[in-house]
Design a protein around this ligand. Structure first.
Ligand code: HEC
Length: 454
C-alpha cells in the first residue's frame, strides 16, 4: 500500500517472477556446482596426466562461461526488476535489513565473474598450477554467493526470532539456513553433472585419439572410449544429492513452522482440493521426478554410457528444470500468505499494522489514491488481492466468485476480515481483508461487477 500496483493481465505478477527465477536458479546453481566441478575435474586431469580431460574442460568452459555470465546474469537482474515491481514492500524490507549482505553479495559476484573470465581466457597461457588455483578460487567465490543469498532466501520462509528481535543475524542464520545451504549445494553438484552430461554426450572420440594419458584411471585402464568415460564420470555428480538430500530435506522440513506442515498434509479445505493439497502433490511429484532422474542416471550414463545419447542428456536437463521449478514453487507456496513469514503478508501489509488499518481505514493509510477512472473498490482489489489473483486469468476472480452476488460477496469479505484462524480458515492461504466495513462494501461493489460481466 506504499507503492502503486503493477498489473500483469493473465498470468499475474507472481508467475512472471516465477518464470524468470526458475531459469535463473537453474543457471546460477550450475554456476556454483560447475565451479566445484571445474576445480575437481581439472585437478583429476593433472593428477592422471590426462590431456583428454584437459581438452574437454577447455570446451566445456566456453559453454559454462556463456551460460552463467550471460544468461545467468541477465536473468538475475531480471529477478530484481520483477520482484521490485511485483513486491515492492517485500523487496524493500529485504534491502533495508540486508543492505550490507547485498553489497557483499555483489562483491563476491563481481570477483566470481572476473575470475571465470580470466579462467576461460588463460587456458594454455599460464602454468597449470596457476590455472587450477583460479578454478579453486572461482569455486570458493561462487559458493560464497550462495552462502549469502541463502540467508536472505531462507529468511523469508523462516525469519525465526527476527520477527521480535529485528536482529539481522537472527534472521540471516535462521532455522532453515543450514539445511537449505547444504541441500542447495548437493543439488548444484547434480546440476553440474547434468550440464556436463550434455557436453560429454557431444564428445567425438576421434578428436581425442591423439591425446595422452599418463596414469589412467585404474578402472578404465584399457579404455579408449573417452566419451563413455566422461559420461560415467558426469553421472557420479548426481549421487551426493540422492544419498544426503533426504537427510537434509528432513532437517529442512523439521524447521518449517508447524501449521505450514499441517497445511501441506491435511490439505487446505478452503481451496477445494479435498484433503490432499496441491502443495503436497507438488512435493511428491518433485520427489518422484528426482527418484526417476536417479534411476535413469544409474542405468543410463553410469552403467551404459556407450548407449547414452545427446537427446537423453537433454531429457535429463528438462527433468532437472522440472524438478527445480516444482521445488522452488513449493518452497514459495510454503510461505503463503506471507512474503516474510509471520511479519508481512504477500500483498505488502505488515501483520502488526492490521488492527490499526482495520480501525482507521485502508484508504486512509494508503500512500496512493484511486485513479480518476477507478472506483475505490477496484483500487482496494489491486492493492490487496492482485498479488495472487487476476480478474479473469490466473486464479481468476470471475471464476472464484462464481454465482455470488454483492451480498454474498460482502458475506465472504466479512469472513475474510476475521483475523482469528478458528473463524476464518482462509487465513491459511489468504491474508485477512484489511480495512473498515465501508471498504468491504466498496470492494464488494467492484467484485460484483466482475461477476456480472463474465
Ligand atoms: C497470498 C495470496 C492471496 C491473496 C493476497 C488473496 N487471495 Fe484469494 N485465494 C488465494 C488462494 C491460493 C485461493 C484458493 C484458490 C483456488 O482454490 O483455486 C484463493 C481463493 C479465493 C476465493 C475463492 C474462495 C472460495 O472458497 O470460494 C475468493 C473469493 C478470493 N480468494 C478472494 C480474494 C480477495 C477478495 C482478496 C483480496 C481482499 C484475496 N482473495 C487475496 C490466495 C490469495
Amino acid at each position: 500500500m506504499n507503492y502503486p500496483v503493477w498489473s500483469i493481465p493473465g498470468i499475474g505478477g507472481s508467475w512472471l517472477v516465477g518464470l524468470i527465477s526458475v531459469i535463473h536458479v537453474f543457471l546460477s546453481h550450475f554456476a556454483v556446482g560447475g565451479g566445484i566441478f571445474f576445480a575437481i575435474t581439472e585437478w583429476i586431469a593433472y593428477k592422471r596426466g590426462d590431456d583428454r580431460i584437459y581438452q574437454y574442460l577447455k570446451k566445456h568452459s566456453k559453454f559454462f562461461l556463456l551460460a552463467t555470465t550471460v544468461a545467468g546474469a541477465v536473468t538475475g537482474v531480471g529477478i530484481w526488476f520483477s520482484i521490485s515491481l511485483v513486491s515492492p514492500d517485500g523487496t524493500g524490507t529485504l534491502i533495508q535489513n540486508y543492505t550490507l549482505g547485498w553489497a557483499t553479495e555483489y562483491l563476491f559476484f563481481l570477483t566470481e565473474i572476473a575470475t571465470v573470465f580470466v579462467y576461460y581466457y588463460t587456458w594454455d597461457k599460464i602454468s597449470k598450477e596457476t590455472h587450477l588455483t583460479l578454478a579453486r578460487w572461482y569455486a570458493v567465490l561462487s559458493v560464497f554467493t550462495l552462502v549469502i543469498i541463502n540467508g536472505i532466501l531462507s529468511f523469508m520462509l523462516t525469519p525465526g526470532n527476527w520477527v521480535e528481535s529485528k536482529l539481522w543475524y537472527e534472521g540471516f542464520f535462521n532455522p532453515t539456513y543450514w539445511p537449505s545451504l547444504f541441500l542447495r549445494i548437493f543439488v548444484m553438484l547434480a546440476i553440474a553433472g547434468m550440464y556436463s552430461l550434455v557436453t560429454s554426450a557431444r564428445i567425438k572420440n576421434k578428436d581425442y585419439k591423439e591425446l595422452k594419458v599418463k596414469n589412467p584411471d585404474p578402472e578404465h585402464k584399457n579404455e579408449d572410449d573417452f566419451r563413455a568415460y566422461m559420461l560415467k564420470y558426469s553421472s557420479k555428480w548426481f549421487f551426493p544429492v540422492f544419498v544426503l538430500g533426504p537427510v537434509f530435506g528432513f532437517w529442512f522440513f523439521s524447521q518449517v513452522p508447524g501449521n505450514v506442515l499441517d497445511n501441506i498434509f491435511n490439505g487446505i479445505q478452503a481451496s477445494g482440493v479435498g484433503n490432499f493439497s496441491i502443495l503436497a502433490r507438488a512435493i511428491y511429484l518433485s520427489l518422484i521426478l528426482s527418484g526417476t532422474i536417479l534411476i535413469f542416471a544409474y542405468i543410463g550414463p553410469y552403467l551404459n554410457p556407450r548407449g547414452f545419447s545427446f537427446i537423453a542428456a537433454l531429457a535429463f536437463m528438462v527433468c532437472g528444470l522440472g524438478v527445480t521449478a516444482i521445488s522452488e514453487w513449493s518452497r514459495e507456496m510454503l510461505r503463503k500468505p506471507y512474503v516474510i513469514y509471520g511479519y508481512m503478508y504477500s500483498n505488502g501489509i505488515k501483520v502488526s499494522d492490521v488492527d490499526k488499518i482495520n480501525e482507521e481505514g485502508f484508504l486512509a493509510h494508503s500512500k496512493w489514491r484511486p485513479a480518476d477512472n477507478e472506483s475505490p473498490g477496484e483500487f482496494i482489489f489491486k492493492q490487496q488481492c492482485m498479488k495472487c489473483h487476476t480478474t479473469d486469468g490466473y486464479r481468476s476472480m470471475t471464476r472464484l466468485l462464481g454465482e455470488r452476488d454483492k451480498d454474498a460477496i460482502k458475506g465472504f469479505l466479512t469472513l475474510m476480515h476475521e483475523t482469528d484462524i478458528e473463524k476464518n480458515s482462509y487465513l491459511k492461504i489468504m491474508p485477512p481483508f484489511v480495512g473498515t466495513n465501508e471498504e468491504i462494501d466498496m470492494l464488494a461493489s467492484y467484485l460484483s461487477t466482475l461477476n456480472k460481466n463474465k
